[in-house]
Write a protein that binds this ligand. Structure first.
Ligand code: ZN
Length: 382
């Protein structure tokens, strides 16, 4: 259908918000202007052509202004992202010196958002002339979003973003801006769910991960030591069948040694094999604290993001052990301590978040380990 001239989105003069053609009355009654040039628009909602907005200048329909489509899509996407109460941040995957590391994706709550050029102070222009498209304020962190409709964030902008040290998520709409037929609903769906258009333009953890991979690579140039995996004895999918405790040379392994890989929405690319997966996590993520319990062992890890959440794994030493009792005790403790527990991507592992999460859990498991060691039995309240 012919529609090279049309706009999918327009700026409503009534509300000051971007609207799509399904939301307005036909013709000039739509009361909209072009987000790029400010010209009056009419909503074309006829039978033949796809519905769209057309420029209307000096009493007649005119052609599309240069940049009109890009500006319309850009403004609509910014408005949508700025309206989100939660955002699913993608995993960060880093490759350096032939090695890979990742930081898992996660969902965060957005307390408030800003569209910086709407602000009088124009503070984000600053010294480095960086103005993010959307600023999202979450608990204890700020995320910037960049909406691209023509070209990607260049190296010089990336360097300027780095000076601000704020993780910046890029939505690349360049491939879709010519397609047309967008509504706010379909655009929102694409922004939220199309992982192909999201990437980190800058991530605060990337430099650290790269440095760590380089150091690991240099360390592995020395004679390899057999790396003991701290997950030994943890029950996983197959009860009683522990993962291979020793993976020879895994400290010096390249990504291909983990193959085949599968994509996990929370963790990025991880080995398909359960034993390799545990070893991979042990290598990539921070060392756990280990608690010896009666008939079981518990591991507590800080989340690699440093966002205050923790991972807890409780493994039974034998089938019919006290693992389920400890699981229940942990749930009970988390509830009373105001911590939030969710099952994680790995069998037997839970993600726990909340105030002083690691400290609280450490006290809980230390007390549990002491009481089971003293009595040779689990704590009396189990
Ligand atoms: Zn225009």
């Amino acid at each position: 259908m012919k529609n090279d001239e049309g706009l999918d989105f327009a700026l409503s003069r009534k509300t000051g918000h971007m609207v799509d053609v399904t939301m307005v009355a036909r013709g000039l009654a739509c009361d909209c202007v072009c987000a790029h040039c400010g010209a009056l628009l009419q909503a074309k909602k006829g039978r033949k052509n796809r519905h769209h907005f057309a420029h209307y200048v000096a009493g007649r329909a005119t052609g599309l202004c240069g940049g009109g489509r890009e500006s319309a899509l850009h403004a609509a996407a910014r408005q949508l992202v700025a309206g989100w109460c939660t955002i699913e941040l993608p995993a960060l995957l880093v490759e350096e010196a032939g090695r890979r590391a990742s930081i898992p994706g996660r969902v965060i709550s957005i307390r408030s958002s800003e569209l910086p050029d709407d602000m009088r102070g124009a503070t984000y222009w600053g010294r480095d002339r960086v103005r993010p498209d959307v600023v999202m304020h979450a608990e204890g962190e700020t995320i910037w979003a960049e909406i691209l409709v023509t070209h990607a964030v260049g190296d010089s902008k990336r360097a300027r973003l780095g000076r601000h040290a704020i993780s910046t998520l890029e939505f690349d709409l360049a491939g879709m801006h010519r397609e047309g037929s967008w509504t706010l609903a379909t655009l929102e769906h694409a922004l939220r769910t199309d992982v192909g258009i999201q990437r980190w333009a800058y991530h605060v953890e990337e430099a650290r991960l790269r440095r760590q991979l380089r150091e690991d690579s240099e360390a592995s140039a020395r004679p390899l030591t057999r790396m003991e995996v701290p997950w030994t004895g943890v029950a996983h999918d197959h009860e009683g069948e522990a993962p291979d405790p020793v993976l020879s040379g895994c400290a010096g392994s390249k990504a291909m040694d983990w193959a085949p890989l599968v994509f996990d929405p929370a963790m990025g690319l991880i080995p398909r094999d359960p034993a390799k997966r545990l070893a991979f996590i042990a290598q990539v993520y921070p060392e756990p604290t280990r608690y010896e319990l009666s008939g079981a062992v518990a591991f507590l890890r800080r989340h690699p993001h440093g966002d205050g959440s923790c991972w807890v794994t409780i493994g039974g030493r034998s089938p019919g052990g006290r693992k389920s009792a400890y699981d229940a005790a942990l749930s009970e403790f988390a509830r009373s301590a105001g911590l939030h527990c969710v099952d994680f991507a790995i069998a037997g592992t839970r993600e726990v978040r909340g105030p002083q999460c690691h400290e609280q859990l450490d006290r809980f498991f230390s007390a549990l380990a002491r009481s089971t060691a003293a009595e040779g039995l689990p704590a009396s309240d189990l």
